[in-house]
Design a protein around this ligand. Structure first.
Ligand code: ATP
Length: 278
């Protein structure tokens, strides 16, 4: 996305998507993720402050808010990526399909197969396209047809047609947008329920970013998508629900995307969306 595209300050009204996203009743679908009284600390610093929210199956849920308000921290708690940060401490619950992901008997590696993640910067392994997608399957001891699963995953990530004749080439030789779709295929291959995305288009040019946005819309047919974005126009275009975090890791408002962008309850949210701060 270009600078002008990402800046909320240039616009005081933001168009929401026109395909029915963001307007369905809040409780129209089953809850797949539920955070309850979640607090997250890095050492003494609190990054998430008493956040409770329910995320619906097959929704695209956008997490927005100013830099440092805890969006990525919240996202990474959902599949326990924060376990890798020594100083990080999590209190409260995050339930996935009714089970607290922080329970002692939850295997984080198995959890991350069910809740995949795609990062801001495309990060394919220095391996072939096929190996990139097959990697997680091999680790989990998948005993089905790996080539068929690779093809299916690449098709779902809208990359198959572009790479089907070069599956043995390095993933690093692809363009940035193709690399990001390869990372999405890699996340899809183990057949997850949820895909987390941490600013997945911010390192891409506008055409590549637009392809990922279209893809997210398709992915929501099969998966639940939770996306952190700095780009409010993007949140408005692609998400069903939007959660607004503000400084101090507080979840200030969470509602249908159309409601958040057209008629938020909280003055602080309106100020943020209209670019008065942030
Ligand atoms: N690994 C870490 N160690 C220590 N503090 C961290 C770490 N990661 C994040 N923080 C702190 O936690 C707070 C929330 O950071 P986080 O990255 O979750 O916010 P964010 O809203 O995603 O920010 P941005 O939009 O800039 O990516 C910030 O104060 C940040 O400095």
């Amino acid at each position: 996305m270009s600078e002008s595209d990402t800046s909320p300050k240039i616009q005081t009204t933001i168009e929401t998507g026109d395909e029915g996203r963001g307007e369905a009743p809040l409780n129209a679908r089953d809850t797949v993720i539920e955070a309850r009284n979640l607090d997250v600390y890095y050492g003494e610093e609190q990054a998430i402050n008493d956040v409770s929210m329910e995320i619906n199956e097959h929704d695209v849920t956008a997490l927005i808010g100013p830099s440092g308000c805890g969006k990525s921290t919240f996202l990474r708690c959902i599949n326990r990526m924060n376990d890798m940060i020594d100083v990080c401490r999590v209190e409260g619950d995050i339930e996935f399909d009714g089970k607290n992901v922080y329970d002692d008997d939850v295997d984080p590696v198995a959890l991350r197969r069910k809740i995949g993640i795609v990062f801001q910067k495309p990060n394919p392994f220095p391996k072939s396209i096929r190996e990139n997608v097959a990697y997680g399957l091999k680790i989990q001891g998948f005993d089905g047809d790996i080539d068929a699963r690779v093809e299916e995953s690449l098709k779902r990530a809208a990359l198959w047609d572009e790479v089907k004749d070069q599956l043995g080439s390095s993933g690093l030789d692809l363009s940035g947008g193709q690399q990001q779709r390869l990372c999405i295929a890699r996340a899809i291959a183990p057949d997850p329920e949820v895909i987390l995305m941490d600013e997945p288009t911010s390192a891409l040019d506008p055409v590549a970013a637009s392809k990922i946005e279209d893809l997210i819309d398709d992915l929501a047919e099969e998966y639940t998508v939770i996306i952190v974005t700095h780009n409010m126009q993007q949140a408005a275009r692609i998400s069903d629900r939007t959660a607004v975090f503000l400084t101090g890791g507080e979840l200030v408002e969470y509602d249908n995307t159309a409601k958040i962008f057209e008629d938020p309850e909280e003055q602080r949210v309106e100020d943020y969306i209209t670019g008065k701060f942030g």
